[in-house]
Design a protein around this ligand. Structure first.
Ligand SMILES: NC(=O)c1ccc[n+]([C@@H]2O[C@H](COP(=O)([O-])OP(=O)(O)OC[C@H]3O[C@@H](n4cnc5c(N)ncnc54)[C@H](O)[C@@H]3O)[C@@H](O)[C@H]2O)c1
Length: 376
């Protein structure tokens, strides 16, 4: 089996999700390639060493440049905050590395475009970890739409609701990088809505125009790095209307102020012949209403997406047994490794992920200007 040496940047939430995927993927999928946990880089020497030992990385560094300089590293995996993505990706591309990068691609369009230009110039393979595409129920929704089961699509509705920043005592910066506009680029628009937008583009095609509103409910927060109260520059909540190329209308909403909700990503699609709905809190189920059913028996079905003929599920347990969130990352890396010898790249590549960046940019422009904006 061909080994691919991974150089991971970061040891946080996503670094754990990716490391788990690398360790599991060959146990459950028959692949020609095997990821090897070669090196990990993050700034705190003691913490990165502990992480390397825990997960089995052969080496650890406090500077990601050492990972990129290591000729044995094949793949640079960027699992660090958004402000680091562009510089790491451009440097890795120049060194000819394959690059896997967490979403969003970058803090803004300019940084994201620099990444796309660099990987195009270098001719290196890329993928962005928009993992929700690889939840079997969501992949099943894609297959149903492609097969024409829903007919013409009229409506797309997506929400991503959390409640963890309601307290004004939650600090920004450092480990609270998501609340610091300099590190994150934007708030829930680039963080949560980026997921909803990527899934929406994948399922329902491109978005033409948007009309958005954003709000920052807590205007000042203590900054972890300066110790001072500082202005909050991110959007705490973001909602927008959208028109898709296919003529369908959409609503999107994300917030970290929906008391009671921790990570409620929901989507619903209404078509001419039927509707589908999905909910991250019940991720192995796909709700399906088929208008072609016999009239008196019509109703919403709840498909338990765990059978051997459901997407990805033949690789797991016996029918009826569910898998979870972490498996979406295992599926992503399985698809990526499978794509290496194929004609089609695993999606989304950096170039494909730019579509989401353009929508995020249009949402932020629209909210600032208070008018409809075209997606660039
Ligand atoms: N696909 C998903 O569902 C998903 C979920 C969460 C986060 N993310 C994305 O993953 C990325 C990381 O988020 P997270 O939740 O893992 O964050 P985190 O705060 O848990 O971890 C970030 C890690 O990056 C390290 N880091 C920070 N600056 C660095 C630098 N200059 N060099 C090297 N390491 C550095 C930190 O020490 C930490 O280990 C973000 O881009 C985020 O948007 C994606």
């Amino acid at each position: 089996m061909n080994k691919l040496n991974i150089g991971l940047v970061g040891y946080g939430f996503m670094a754990r999700a990716h490391s788990n995927a690398y360790l599991s993927v060959n146990q459950f999928f028959d692949l020609k390639y095997r990821p090897v946990l070669k090196g990990v880089a993050a700034r705190d020497a003691a913490k990165v060493e502990k992480f390397a030992h825990k997960w089995g990385y052969e080496s650890h560094y406090t500077d990601w440049r050492h990972l990129i300089a290591d000729p044995e590293i094949d793949i640079i995996d960027i699992a660090s905050p958004n402000d680091t993505h562009s510089e790491i990706a451009v440097t890795a591309a120049q060194a000819g590395k394959t690059i896997l990068c967490e979403k969003p691609l970058a803090r803004n369009l300019k940084e994201a475009q620099a990444m796309v230009d660099a990987v195009k110039k270098a001719g290196v393979r890329t993928m962005v970890w928009y993992n929700y595409r690889r939840i079997p129920a969501v992949t099943l929704a894609k297959k149903m739409i492609e097969s024409g089961k829903l007919g013409r699509i009229y409506h797309y509705r997506a929400k991503f609701l959390q409640d963890w920043t309601i307290s004004p005592d939650v600090p920004q910066g450092g480990t609270g990088w998501r609340l610091d506009v300099n590190a994150a680029g934007s708030g829930v628009t680039g963080d949560l809505l980026a997921h909803c937008i990527d899934t929406a583009i994948w399922l329902n095609g491109g978005i033409d125009s948007v009309s958005a509103m954003t709000e920052t409910f807590v205007k000042e927060r203590k900054h972890n790095l300066t110790g001072k109260m500082e202005k909050v520059g991110i959007d705490d909540a973001s909602a927008f209307l959208a028109r898709f190329h296919n003529g369908s209308l959409a609503t999107f909403e994300a917030t970290r102020y929906a008391r009671g909700h921790k990570a409620l990503y929901t989507l619903e699609i209404n078509g001419e012949h039927g509707s589908i709905a999905w909910d991250l809190h019940d991720l192995h189920r796909l709700q399906w209403f088929d208008h072609k059913d016999e009239g008196t028996l019509r109703g919403w079905r709840s498909i338990h997406v765990t059978d051997g003929d459901h997407p990805y599920m033949a690789n797991w347990w016996v029918p009826g047994l569910a898998i979870g969130y972490e498996h979406s990352f295992i599926h992503a890396i399985a698809d990526f490794l499978n794509s290496i010898d194929g004609k089609e790249p695993a999606q989304p590549t950096f170039e494909e992920a730019m579509k989401t960046e353009h929508v995020v940019d249009a949402v932020l422009r629209s909210a600032a200007a208070g008018r409809w904006e075209r997606v660039g």
